[in-house]
Design a protein around this ligand. Structure first.
Ligand code: BYC
Ligand code: FE
Ligand code: FE
Length: 481
């Protein structure tokens, strides 16, 4: 069969030849029932009968892989799509560097691979659960559509991992696939696996911050897995990355539009001091210091997703050829890292210091550094908007030691500049750094739905262009009564 085109005939669109793989096909069709039940229970609240202008993957050709059309979300074609096989691909790093990539799970790495796939899989439905109430307060039909686009694609990402579990991990894999539908974000007894995916996404500014910061962790982790010597994992994550770009676009432009609206209102009202929160809140926009506090929260929560700075798990996964570095194939070194070192920020005698650590153990740190650099570039673009209005305010990334639950700095309290604080000082200053109850209540008060085509809530600017080049007043969601 043609690997670029997708078989759309069955229940599960795919380019993995599911029709001739009856065992896996039957397992997935059974899992599909559970998935749809999960979607109805934990997917977007309401709007299931509405027609949403969604993009669906219909090919894996990078030049034209998607089509746009009105779809009811439960009818979305959640397919299993692998990027085309790279002929003669070799394992790009680790002890097996240069050997032929694996098409089957190497026995010795089975447990490690399964764990990584399950963790990756767990985050996808978790994010949908976190975002499930946002539809009710969407600031426009354009944003509502983007939310649902992100949601259905995160659903597809779950499919991508479940396919690997069902195809390559036998009974254990089937069990894991079931459990992915059982855990619930924020649940006291059966929470999702990683901390940030049990947090709330209570409002749309959080949603935009989440898609900017947390989906970007998704991107980094997928990039690292796309390098994998286990070829089916590499191919499936490579295709996921094509979808991921839109999620980060939603986040970056979403926050950018909030900033623009705020600056515009400040200028019009002649408010010179960005710290004059009260005046800005009277105008129904989100003041820049509050945006900074939201940013501090989401950045710090997301840093925890990189795991410990020094990690044997990460070292083992690299050594095994299972999880590589960001753009491993573009890096020029021995790709084995058995000798080199890498600078790591550590806590030594209560102080934050940079230490050279064995490169292999420092791989989480390295991926996190690549991540921080991308975040910083995005924030630079947000600051350009503020600058354009001539407003004296600059958004900043907080120090990596700020507000951490995982790793070196989870044992201390630090401010956003990385100064270690005594517990009492932290308590006093916390509301300067993180959204306070008052901030949350204010933002919540703004969350009123706007469902007229082409109209936007008071606190956010219109986007520069439409989705799929649609005009400004396009009806992205036809809301069913
Ligand atoms: N929360 O050796 P360490 C996405 C545990 S997002 C709770 O440092 P490792 C998406 C750890 O499990 C991308 N526990 O860990 C975004 C270990 O426990 P065990 C998701 C944590 O393995 C938006 C112990 O601490 N994909 O796709 O080096 C929307 C020792 O830790 C946490 C992946 O994460 C935590 N944050 O690094 C939708 C890729 N951190 O096993 C989707 C797959 C660590 O000793 N996962 N622990 O009991 C991985 O590569 C790694 O598991 C991690 C952790 C990078 C997450
Ligand atoms: Fe995803
Ligand atoms: Fe995503």
């Amino acid at each position: 069969m043609n690997i670029v085109n997708v078989d759309y005939d069955g229940l599960i669109p795919n380019n993995v030849g599911l029709n001739s793989d009856t065992r896996v096909k039957a397992a997935l069709e059974k899992w599909h029932l559970g998935y749809i039940n999960w979607w109805h229970d934990m997917g977007p609240e309401g709007f299931q009968q509405s027609l949403v202008y969604l993009r669906t993957a219909v090919s894996v050709d990078p030049k034209g892989w998607a089509k746009f059309d009105y779809v009811k979300m439960p009818d979305y074609k959640w397919g299993i799509l692998l990027a085309p096989e790279v002929p003669d691909r070799k394992i790009p790093f680790g002890a097996h560097r240069g050997e032929k990539v694996w098409q089957e799970v190497p026995g010795e790495y089975r447990a490690m691979l399964r764990r990584l796939i399950v963790i990756q899989g767990d985050t996808e439905p978790a994010s949908v659960e976190q975002q499930r109430f946002l539809g009710k307060t969407a600031p426009s039909l354009y944003d509502l559509r983007n939310l649902f686009q992100v949601n259905v694609e995160e659903g597809r990402h779950l499919w991508a991992m479940v396919y690997l579990l069902q195809k390559y991990f036998g009974a254990e894999g089937r069990e894991e696939a079931e459990e992915l539908l059982q855990r619930r974000s924020g649940d006291a007894d059966t929470p999702r696996m990683l901390g940030a995916f049990n947090e709330e996404t209570p409002d749309w500014l959080s949603f935009f911050m989440f898609t900017f910061f947390t989906d970007r962790d998704g991107k980094m982790q997928l990039e690292a897995l796309a390098q994998s010597g286990f070829d089916p994992l590499s191919r499936t994550t490579r295709f996921m990355l094509t979808e991921e770009a839109h999620h980060m676009f939603v986040g970056e432009t979403g926050v950018g539009r909030v900033i623009e609206r705020t600056c515009d209102e400040m200028k019009k009202a002649g408010i010179a001091d960005p710290g004059n929160t009260e005046a800005m809140r009277k105008l129904g926009v989100i003041d820049l210091p509050t945006i900074q506090r939201k940013l501090n929260l989401h950045f710090s929560l997301t840093l925890d997703l990189f795991g410990n700075e020094i990690s044997t798990n990460a070292a083992n996964a690299f050594h095994a050829g299972i999880k590589g570095r960001f753009r491993e194939d573009k890096l020029e070194d021995d790709h084995r890292l058995e000798n080199g070192t890498y600078p790591v920020l550590r806590l030594v005698g209560g102080k934050i210091v940079k230490e050279e650590s064995p490169a292999l153990s420092a791989l989480n740190m390295r991926l996190r550094d690549d991540y921080v650099a991308e975040c910083a570039a995005g924030i630079g673009r947000w600051n350009k908007i503020i600058e354009k209005y001539g407003i004296p305010f600059e958004l900043k990334l907080p120090h990596v030691a700020f507000h951490r639950q995982i790793g070196e700095f989870s044992k201390i309290k630090a401010d956003i500049d990385g100064n270690v604080l005594a517990e009492a000082d932290w308590k006093k200053k916390k509301d300067d750094f993180l959204p306070s109850n008052t901030d949350r209540a204010y933002i919540e008060s703004l969350m009123k739905p706007e469902s007229r085509p082409g109209q936007f809530a008071s606190w956010i600017a219109a986007p520069k262009t439409g989705i799929d080049n649609k005009p400004g007043d396009f009806e992205y969601v036809k809301i069913a009564e």
